[in-house]
Structures are given as C-alpha cells and as structure tokens.
Design a protein around this ligand. Sequence first.
Ligand SMILES: O=C(O)CCC(=O)C(=O)O
Ligand SMILES: [Fe+2]
Length: 331
Amino acid sequence: MEVTRVQELAVGGLHELPAQFIRPAHEQPENSKAIDGIMVPVISLSQPHDMLINEISKACSEWGFFLITDHGISSSLIQGLQEVGQEFFKLPREEKESYANDPSNGKFEGYGTKMTKNLEAKVEWIDYFFHLMSPPSKVSYDIWPKNPSSYRAVTEEYTVEILRVTEELLELLSKGLGLEGKALKSCLGGEEIELEMKINMYPPCPQPQLALGVEPHTDMSALTILVPNDVPGLQVWKDGNWVAVNYLPNALCVHVGDQIEVLGNGKYKSVLHRSLVNKDRTRMSWAVFCVPPHEAMIGPLPEVVDDRNPVKYSTKTFAEYRYRKFNKLPQ
Ligand SMILES: O=C(O)CCC(=O)C(=O)O
Ligand SMILES: [Fe+2]
C-alpha cells in the first residue's frame, strides 16, 4: 500500500500546505492561541513523600498534566533515546518503509502516517513509529528498528527506567485517592501492565499556523510519560484555554489518560492536549503510553464511589474501550 509520508512532503520543499492538512478555521493555531502567563505544574519527585502526594494529586485533579524533575533517569539515557529515534527517521525511504504498519488490517505496530478516510477529514502533520516496549514476553522485538544497531539496547534501558517511574507515579496517585499504594497498578494488570512507545516526528511545515501536529485529544492510556525535543509545540487545555508547555531540559511530561480518570471516578482528569508544528525545525516527542492488558476490566473503584460521588463511567474491558474510542463510539 502506497502511503505518502509527511517527511517526504516536507523535504520536497512545499510552499503551500496541501488541503488535507488545513484545519477548520476554529482549530487553526492562529485562531486558538495559547494564553499567556500560565505555567503547567512542575513537580520534583525528590520532595518529602506526603507533600509529593498532595502536589501530584492536586495537579492531576486540576490539570491532568504536570512535568516531573528529579525522576532519576539520566540525561545521557534521555539523549540516547532521542538519538536512536532521530537516526531511524534519517534512514532511506525504502528502509523505513520495510517497517510500515497497516492499521486497517490490525497491524498497529511499526512506521506510520495517518491517512484520510474521506475528503472532508483532516490529517495531522506527523509521521510516527509505534511499538510495544513491555512486558518483554509480549514484545515483538523483530519489528523494532534494527538500525541504528543500538536502538534495542537503549530502548530496553529506557523501558526499565520508565517502568520504575510509572510505578512510583501510580503509587502516589493511589495514595492521593486514599487507597493503598498498590491499588492502581493492580487494577491496571499488575505485572502485566503494558508500555507502548510512540515516536512522534513532525517535520518542518510550510504553513504551521494552519496545521496541527496532533489534533485535540485525550490519551486512552492510564498515564502517558513523554519527552520532547527542544522544539516547543505541546499544549494542554485548562479552564477553557490552551496553555503552552515550555521546554524544560530532562523533565518528563506526565499526562493523565482516560483509564485513570475512569478508575478514580473523575477525581483525576484525563487532559485534553494537542501539538503544534514549526516552520523551520523538526519537532519530535517520545510518548510512552502505560496501558492495561486488553482483557482488564476498568471501571470506577468502589472505594472512591459513594452517595456524594456516584458512578460516572461504565465498566468495560480495555479492549472494548479502545475499540469504541478508535471508532468514535460513545463509551
Ligand atoms: O508530541 C506531543 O507533544 C504530543 C503527542 C501526543 O499527544 C500523543 O502522541 O498522544
Ligand atoms: Fe496524546
């Protein structure tokens, strides 16, 4: 199946954005600018435990988004992860295409570009590489990039670190709900919890004010932990405004996803977010989605539901949630 990659359009030296990338007027960044003077929460993981629980649960309730520092992942590992991802996108076209995904046939992993199903639908200015990272027993390492040759070693090292940070965050979030530390992790499959990597690549865009890299959405994950490169673009929705996320070297961006919103019966918010693109520079981001296994049943935890806070979400398997979200069906 022939797919035109955004990266190829961009190197072709376009001056005008092709029509399928032009967002409806109200979505265009020039008509929906981020508000000035508001900063997303930045939280150090090295502060005293009780303070940390309070800060994180406040950020999850008010924003569904925050940056973390002092997370213990070395800057050299983050840089290594970024380098192997950049190297992949520099490979010759034919080599990248040998990893092409095919979502319409259920093959979600690999190299991808979203396409329009119909002429009215708009597409995003992005190519990506998506693959499962953990647990090792479920990972198809043969679809990970073989080039650069260090891709696997670096990504496996990052997996160990992100799993540690994910578990720490889930423990803090559990305690913020008044539950014991292991509660959320065990609802999300315990040791079967899955991590997925999506390397997002947004090439320079001839008319960035008319396009979006990723349209407004919430993540269907439990949590998403993302590192960007130094090209800004991520924005989060807060109280009726877009707020730009400033680049903070070595910080990790944490998004509350839909599954945590459901488990906490709405106490924590799944954050609406989008990303903009840049005229001259390539933006990249490495998003790790922490998701339950497909068969896990996810619904509001009985401990957080009472007469004053009745059940707000239905309980269903993650597979069903995913199917409904992909097909834009009500949950
Ligand atoms: O690139 C970004 O900063 C956001 C990407 C994103 O929202 C996603 O991959 O779900
Ligand atoms: Fe997202």
